[in-house]
Design a protein around this ligand. Sequence first.
Ligand code: UTP
Length: 280
Amino acid sequence: MSKIKKCLFPAAGYGTRFLPATKAIPKEMLPVLTKPLLQYGVEEAIEAGLDTMAIVTGRGKRSIEDHFDISYELEHQIKGTSKESYLTEIRSVINACTFSYTRQVEMRGLGHAILTGETLIGDEAFAVVLADDLCDNDGDGVLSQMVKLYEKYQCCIVAVEEIPPEDSNKYGVIAGDTIKDSTYAKNSLVRVNDMVEKPELQDAPSNLAIIGRYILTPDIFDVLRETQPGKGGEIQITDALLEMAKIGKVIAYKFDGTRFDCGNVDGFVEATNYFYTKSN
Ligand code: UTP
């Protein structure tokens, strides 16, 4: 069995909910305290044992590449000063993994962004992290929990959490049958048999919503190639995963930990307060 080594970060979106901040700065580079959202995601992937980061970018996203690179001028300037410690974390991130990039030329949705990443992933199972979903857990990180689950079940895995029903139209919502597995908390594993992208409250098949962590098997690319634009005219990963679910190949996992939706201002402020309190 091959281990998961690669993590795909779709980061090409416009981040319109954060305008005007995201006019010239990628949403993924907005900092919670002093660290950009994307760096939290990369650290979570490294903690899960992944060492190859594949980032789907777009126009105006070059600061992402500069962030995960050495700035010789800056290094030279602060070498030997007390400020050097500020760079410790990012240096160890850069040393722990490799980064490769590809551009999504047209923003045709998350499914399309993932398909664009095929060139960096190839024919192996991989993780996907949406960096604007910021996750934290005192034990194993969310991705680490999912990698372990993949090693056991060898199929696509989506992280889910319970949401208030009125929020259904912001998420992909799943339904399915509970898997009994004594290693996991009761009702934390579901064999998915239905999935709806952003349903209205009355059409939601459950209160379990997909958040921005996935493990995908490479056959997803063939399905995505055939997936037609869905909700909002975008190619939806939910629609492709529904095809995989029909043949029993998707598990939804209620993870241990906390998630902040940093794609909107309220979630971003909550995350900032949480990490500030935690760091003091
Ligand atoms: P969002 O739905 O949060 O979209 O995408 P967005 O464009 O970033 O933000 P808003 O809604 O305009 O404020 C979820 C993730 O998928 C990526 C985004 O970068 C984000 O990480 N994405 C989305 C792409 O990479 N390409 C796309 O075409 C769409």
